[in-house]
Design a protein around this ligand. Structure first.
Ligand SMILES: *[C@@H]1O[C@H](CO)[C@@H](O)[C@H](O)[C@H]1NC(C)=O
Ligand SMILES: *[C@@H]1O[C@H](CO)[C@@H](O)[C@H](O)[C@H]1NC(C)=O
Ligand SMILES: *[C@@H]1O[C@H](CO)[C@@H](O)[C@H](O)[C@H]1NC(C)=O
Ligand SMILES: *[C@@H]1O[C@H](CO)[C@@H](O)[C@H](O)[C@H]1NC(C)=O
Length: 317
């Protein structure tokens, strides 16, 4: 039996959706453009980190954010020894002014924060957490790679055990309430995707494609030989069909992405210790000295490399 033209169009759209698609650039953010596209959030860390998130004026006077040419640097303080009874280490949390639903984002990063006690993240999140969902694109602690990408949702969202990704699933229930908020995470296969190894290679590119049928996250190291040209050059259109198997693949097989994920802001944050990096078993397993909080309080110079350096962020729709 042949296909009617209508069926053929349906089939074509389905294949195009599953394989990726072409997108046009909507945002081109680099250097001081980050300061227009994002807002400082001087809030208490909801994950109890040993951090003091500062606003724009302190960030500027302490040089914790710095923009020049195609560099946007976001760092923590590495000069002050902290009093045990005082605030945590000065750092920065930024939230994008715009919100995005289905979109492609490409982050070109030269460097990410490293050091014992660091917990950097680049992620997207909706309001009324966890009801609008959270997508962690880049996350790790205490220099322990590889990168882990994770979804956090309310109830009724799980991932199939076997799926087309190069990374390894570490949990398939995205409902934060049933796994002590572990979410459904995927550890990338490429050790260059996180921490000192990422930095040693000059960083690389993280990309996310969010549709209503899947969320895919890719990583390419700067040292990689076949980086898609549209990614490498931040071209004005990109075609995700040419990007290969993603590091992490979250299909909608048993999770309605359109109902578990709302409009998201992008968050870039750098905290210390807290619920993840500071857990004594996690901290010690990393081979880090002392206790996390003592180390962060008393060793400012250990945080000289605790910074992001973004070359650009391009968003497509
Ligand atoms: C993106 O922004 C950079 C820096 O402002 C600029 O040099 C470049 O031409 C822009 N690209 C596009 C496609 O607008
Ligand atoms: C920092 O990022 C992680 C994202 O994985 C998030 O769980 C944590 O709540 C964030 N902390 C702050 C203070 O924003
Ligand atoms: C601020 O930080 C940038 C990036 O790390 C650095 O190049 C610059 O020299 C710093 N400026 C001052 C005044 O320390
Ligand atoms: C998965 O996505 C497709 C395309 O958007 C949609 O038709 C289908 O209903 C979705 N399935 C679930 C379980 O949400």
């Amino acid at each position: 039996m042949g296909f009617s033209p209508f069926q053929a169009i349906l089939l074509f759209s389905y294949v195009a959706l599953a394989l990726g698609a072409s997108y046009s650039q909507t945002d081109n953010i680099s250097g001081s453009g980050f300061l227009n596209a994002f807002t400082y959030e001087a809030i208490a860390d909801p994950t109890h980190g040993r951090v003091n998130y500062v606003g724009a004026s302190v960030a500027s006077s302490e040089n914790l954010t710095y923009a020049s040419g195609d560099h946007f640097v976001l760092r923590a303080d590495y000069k002050k020894t902290l009093s045990a009874s005082g605030a945590g280490r000065d750092s920065v949390r930024l939230r994008s002014n715009k919100q995005y639903t289905t979109a492609v984002m490409v982050f070109n990063m030269r460097h990410m924060p490293q050091g014992c006690g660091t917990w950097p993240a680049v992620w997207t999140v909706g309001g009324d957490w966890p009801n609008q969902g959270e997508v962690d694109i880049l996350e790790g602690v205490n220099d322990q790679g590889p990168n882990q990408a994770t979804l956090h949702t309310n109830s009724g969202c799980t991932m199939p055990g076997s799926r087309s990704q190069t990374g390894n699933a570490v949990g398939n229930n995205c409902d934060g309430a049933v796994t002590n908020n572990a979410g459904c995470g995927v550890k990338f296969a490429d050790a260059r995707s996180y921490g000192p190894i990422f930095n040693h290679q000059g960083g690389g590119w993280f990309a996310i494609e969010r549709t209503n049928s899947f969320i895919k996250i890719w990583f390419w190291s700067r040292a990689e030989t076949d980086i898609p040209a549209d990614v490498r050059n931040g071209e004005t259109t990109v075609n995700t069909a040419n990007w290969g198997t993603p590091g992490a693949y979250f299909p909608n097989t048993s999770c309605s992405l359109s109902s578990h994920f709302g409009p998201h802001n992008i968050i870039i944050n750098l905290t210390f210790c807290g619920d993840f990096a500071g857990q004594s078993s996690v901290y010690r397993a990393s081979g880090c000295p002392s206790t996390c909080i003592d180390f962060v309080n008393n060793n400012p110079s250990a945080f000289e490399d605790a910074y992001f350096d973004f070359q650009w962020l391009k968003i497509y729709g």
